[in-house]
Design a protein around this ligand. Structure first.
Ligand code: SF4
Length: 635
């Protein structure tokens, strides 16, 4: 029996109800670790390039990791991956909560799902057993009532359920998956892939926690991490205000996305801030499995048009941006309601907000009219329009809802009339709530992310822009000098290249970005000790970061196979244009500097500078020569 993991990956073919348990060896687990690593492996091996993401041929992976599921803060996340219906490329989204650890306790490290069930179904995985059950009573229901129904049916109140609501069933291209109704695998439309497979949910329950190799060392590490969290400044802020603390911080820096990225300062920021939420509608601080940070919020609006229940959690920073400042909405109750609706319907709050922002800008420029909006004034600042828009999208209710449910890229192509300039996406995925004009490393991150615009590909630039303790946190990587936020030269490229390996490693290990270094309580080198204590492997930061690089490279090859290349590693025009107000007024990203940085990055990665194709030598170095066959016509 391995330590830290079960050594079992469950394969389910929904078309013919066949199931098989694979038992890969230690070399496999040590090479791919879990999460994004294991998911990339199965997508590359099992999925033919060019397939329709909604076809039964798509491969849907749920992957925990070699260390997840034992009681230590922040090691709880799991990945859902498939070919993305939003981008047509590599799709991946991680979530915290409780589902990942429970999957491990139920006996499996990952699930690889193919085919399509004949009727709406759900998987019930418990104590090593697996059943495919009819979901006819839950189909059509929002996430909350559907979860209740499934828990009743399996007679297990404590079953953890990863589930989709109406948006997933209606194949909204940015539908997400939620567990506990509030922890979302948000991005790239993984909920729609579940919907296309007639898979309403996966309920898991088990009592067999993974074995830990060195129990004493592990308990020491877990205890000292909790102590560090309790005294670490940034983690204390996170516990007090959740990620919502970023609203005021980014507004002050002039990079709070406002009016569909025209501006970086929102005059209503205080009204939707973490401070305001804590004072007014906050009902509980919550957390993920075994985590001492407890950065999650549950909010309640007792009455009024935007009455909101705490059952569906509360808005994170991204949601306060996407349903708030981006749309010039300063009504916190409306944003809380929007967040609740997204979790009920299982919509990604980021893409949903950007889709509504796109429609508002089209409306203000006469491209959409009242005929398209059921008479609603679809203008920036109109909270009712935002709420209506979410419903239209989730149920594909009218022509506009049906268009926006396709994501802004396809919607703009269908609408035409020059609307493309209002569609803020990269590779088809809508921009997160961070403005790269004030942190250019995020520009590289957005452009190069295999999933399209994504803010969790690498740490953001700000903590490493000036000398100070934060810089010391990345010193183990040899990153010793401060690099200004708007610098886009070789030092920024180097920072980004190394730091993305760290974030990629976290995605594979299921480590939360708000617990482990560079910024948070657990320093980089301590993570090595944690992995070692749990698995018994004599590992190193070198080995683990190579695993991070391996996953970045596999996702790149997946996208190259699908026809992506350098032309797709770009930013929307708006980010090259100057910000209209605030401390960064007049600043945009320099196109030439951006292209030069891209070339440097490809070269630093061992990829050809023409299209970012990894060389045979680089693949060999990463033990990925099995990918050479996919790149024959690219070199
Ligand atoms: S820091 Fe927050 S998001 Fe991360 S594991 Fe802890 S509670 Fe969950």
């Amino acid at each position: 029996m391995p330590n830290g993991y079960n050594g079992k990956i469950l394969q389910v073919d929904l078309s013919n109800m066949k199931m098989k348990v694979e038992e890969p060896d230690e070399v496999f687990y040590r090479t791919y670790l879990g999460g994004g690593g294991i998911a990339s492996y199965y997508l590359l091996k099992g999925l033919k390039p060019g397939i329709d993401p909604f076809s039964p041929d798509n491969v849907l992976v749920f992957a925990s990791s070699v260390i997840s599921g034992v009681p230590i803060a922040g090691m709880t996340r799991y990945t859902v991956a498939a070919k993305s219906p939003l981008t047509g490329g590599f799709g991946e989204a991680e979530a915290g909560g409780f589902w990942g650890p429970e999957l491990k306790s139920a006996g499996f490290d990952a699930l690889v799902i193919t085919g399509k069930a004949a009727k709406p179904s759900y998987l019930w995985i418990h104590e090593g057993k697996v059943e495919l059950r009819s979901a006819e009573k839950a189909w059509g229901l929002e996430s909350g009532p559907a979860q209740e129904k499934i828990r009743e049916e399996v007679k297990e109140k404590r079953a953890r359920v990863a589930i989709i609501g109406p948006a997933g069933e209606k194949l909204v291209r940015f539908a997400c998956v939620v567990n506990e109704l509030k922890h979302a695998n948000g991005r790239t439309g993984m909920g729609a892939v579940m919907g296309s497979k007639n898979l309403k949910a996966i309920a898991v329950r088990g009592n067999n926690k993974p074995e830990v190799k060195d129990v004493e060392k592990f308990l020491d590490l877990a205890k000292s991490l909790t102590e560090q969290i309790n005294t670490h400044g940034p983690n204390k802020v996170l516990r007090k205000m959740g990620t919502a603390n970023l609203v005021m911080a980014l507004n002050t820096q002039g990079i709070l996305p406002t009016r569909n990225f025209h501006a970086g300062v929102f005059e209503g920021a205080e009204k939707i801030s973490g401070e305001k939420m804590t004072e007014t509608i906050l009902r509980a601080e919550e957390g993920c499995y075994a985590c001492a940070v407890r950065c999650k919020r549950a909010v309640e609006v007792a009455e009024g048009p935007y009455a909101t229940t705490p059952l569906y959690g509360g808005p994170e920073y991204e949601t306060l941006g996407s349903l708030g400042s981006l749309l010039c909405i300063d009504d916190l109750a409306a944003i809380a309601k929007g967040n609740e609706l997204c979790n009920r319907y299982t919509l990604d709050t980021i893409s949903a907000g950007v889709a509504i922002g796109f429609a508002m800008e089209c409306y203000e420029n006469g491209i959409l009219t009242k005929e398209d909006t059921e008479g609603v004034e679809f203008r920036f600042g109109n909270a009712d329009a935002m709420i209506k828009g979410l419903e239209w999208i989730a149920f594909r209710k009218n022509r506009l809802g049906d268009l926006l449910a396709e994501g802004v890229k396809i919607a703009a192509e269908k609408i035409g009339k020059g609307s493309g300039k209002y569609a803020l996406h990269i590779k088809g995925q809508e921009l997160p709530m961070h403005d790269p004009r004030g942190k250019t490393g995020q520009g590289l991150s957005f452009a190069l992310s295999p999933t399209g615009a994504d803010h969790v590909e690498a740490p953001h630039d700000t903590p490493f822009a000036a000398p100070g303790p934060m810089l010391g946190r990345i010193a183990p990587l040899g990153l010793l000098e401060a690099v200004p936020t708007r610098d886009l030269g070789p030092k920024k490229v180097r920072n980004y290249t190394y730091l993305q390996f760290v974030w990629s490693l976290y995605n594979s290990l299921g480590v939360c970005n708000f617990v482990a270094g560079p910024v948070w309580a657990l320093p980089l080198n301590k993570l090595v000790d944690v992995v070692s204590a749990i698995t018994g492997w004599e590992t190193s930061l070198w080995e683990l970061l190579k695993a991070g690089e391996r996953t970045v490279t596999m996702a790149r090859v997946f996208n190259l196979r699908e026809g992506f290349g350098r032309k797709d590693d770009t930013l929307p025009d708006r980010l090259f244009e100057p910000l209209e107000s605030g401390p960064l007024q007049g600043k945009g990203i320099d196109r030439q500097e951006f292209q030069e940085a891209l070339t440097l990055y490809y070269e630093a990665m061992g990829w050809d500078p023409k299209d970012g194709v990894p060389t045979a030598g680089k693949l060999a170095e990463l033990n990925l020569s099995w990918l050479d066959e996919y790149l024959k016509d690219k070199r």
